[in-house]
Design a protein around this ligand. Structure first.
Ligand SMILES: Nc1ncnc2c1ncn2[C@@H]1O[C@H](COP(=O)(O)OP(=O)(O)O)[C@@H](O)[C@H]1O
Ligand SMILES: [Mg+2]
Length: 342
């Protein structure tokens, strides 16, 4: 069976039929499996609702290893498997998102580099993924490592990605336009991330539930504020996703509470647990949803994507998002906020 959507459904069906005859669910693991199956199966009955407008979401956090790529890939696959056309743009020279989506990113492969630094259109560098027919990916090759420097001399260098995405969407008939564009940023605040912040309408920040999780966040939010003031008035931090949550530690709860106190409703209720299947999946060129659909990593990403999708139904128009949002609130309370530095 090659179609991952089909594999997901059949895995769910198998779990379902196995569980329906089992009244004596007494082990915690079996209970968890049953819950996971039900959650996934219920969602499968009900496709996610399309957003009010095309959502271009920049997944950013200049810290490395917080789950940017993992979240981009798994949210992207979840949205696509539940019926929403999704485009993942890999903006990290390491190309991890491309790997996890089974998309070739060896040197010479048409990639985001060709659209940012060269003259290619996104249409020319977009690839189909193996995860879902609804999921496309623009891969990143190692060439992109040079783009931070090469872009410096390019005209309108901060707007390259935005222009490329706008051109791509405009060239498609409405029924083929993506509902979601997810941009996976590198772990830095250089020109690549700046391009992603100018291109996006909103930012999703993954935060790892561990010590120092909030360190550096003020700097990211400052940058987003500066981008809002000077380059992209519509940008807003609309989503925060808690990742790698370890329920056995008090620390994880403390971090989660602190993040929720700071950001309120922007934080998704769904939390991604630390789950070994999540980290194994990319080794097989897969998302955790296609690699192990019943795992907690998979079900939690489906939950997060479902919440993201439902929140997308009633989005405010782009212009009104330039009113102070969560990022501004946080930044105002932050000593290093641009307003306070003047
Ligand atoms: N929920 C999770 N459970 C276990 N491992 C995870 C989880 N999320 C991410 N990882 C692993 O942590 C590492 C860093 O994640 P990644 O998404 O690459 O971070 P970033 O893109 O922010 O640098 C990777 O090896 C990834 O497989
Ligand atoms: Mg990454």
């Amino acid at each position: 069976m090659t179609d991952p959507g089909e594999r997901l459904r059949s895995s769910l069906a198998a779990d379902q039929s196995a569980s329906s005859g089992m009244a004596d669910f007494d082990s915690p693991i079996a209970m968890e499996a049953l819950r996971a199956t039900r959650v996934l199966h219920a969602a499968d009955q009900e496709p996610f609702p399309p957003p009010a407008r095309i959502r271009i979401i920049t997944i950013a956090n200049q810290k490395g290893g917080v789950g940017k790529t993992t979240s981009t890939v798994n949210l992207g696959v979840a949205l696509a498997l539940y019926g929403l056309r999704t485009l993942v743009i890999d903006l990290d020279p390491q190309g991890n998102a491309s790997t996890a989506l089974g998309v070739d990113h060896t040197v010479g492969t048409p990639s985001i580099y060709d659209a940012l630094v060269g003259d290619s259109t996104l249409t020319e560098v977009v690839h189909q993924t193996t995860a879902s027919p609804h999921l496309l990916c623009v891969p990143a090759t190692i060439d992109l490592a040079g783009a931070e420097i090469e872009l410096v001399s390019v005209v309108a260098r901060e707007h390259r990605l935005r222009r490329a995405i706008e051109g791509y969407i405009a060239a498609l008939p409405p029924e083929r336009r993506p509902h979601y564009v997810l941009i996976d940023c590198p772990p830095s605040l250089g020109l690549l991330t700046l391009n992603a912040l100018v291109a996006g309408d909103e930012v999703l920040i993954p935060i790892q539930c561990e010590y120092y999780a909030l360190e550096g966040l003020g700097q990211l939010l400052n940058n987003i504020d500066l981008v809002r003031q000077h380059l992209n008035p519509g940008i807003a931090v609309r989503t925060i996703l808690l990742t790698m949550y370890d329920g056995r530690t008090k620390l994880a709860d403390q971090v989660a509470d602190e993040v929720r106190n700071h950001f309120g409703d922007v934080v998704l209720n769904a939390v991604i647990p630390r789950n070994v299947r999540v980290s194994e999946a990319p080794g097989y060129g897969q998302s955790v949803l296609t690699y192990d659909p019943g795992s907690r990593g998979s079900t939690s990403y489906v939950e997060a994507a479902r919440e993201l999708a439902h929140r997308g139904v009633n989005l405010p128009p782009i212009d009104s998002t330039s009113t102070p949002g969560a990022a501004t609130r946080f930044a105002v309370a932050d000593a290093a906020a641009p307003q306070n530095r003047q």
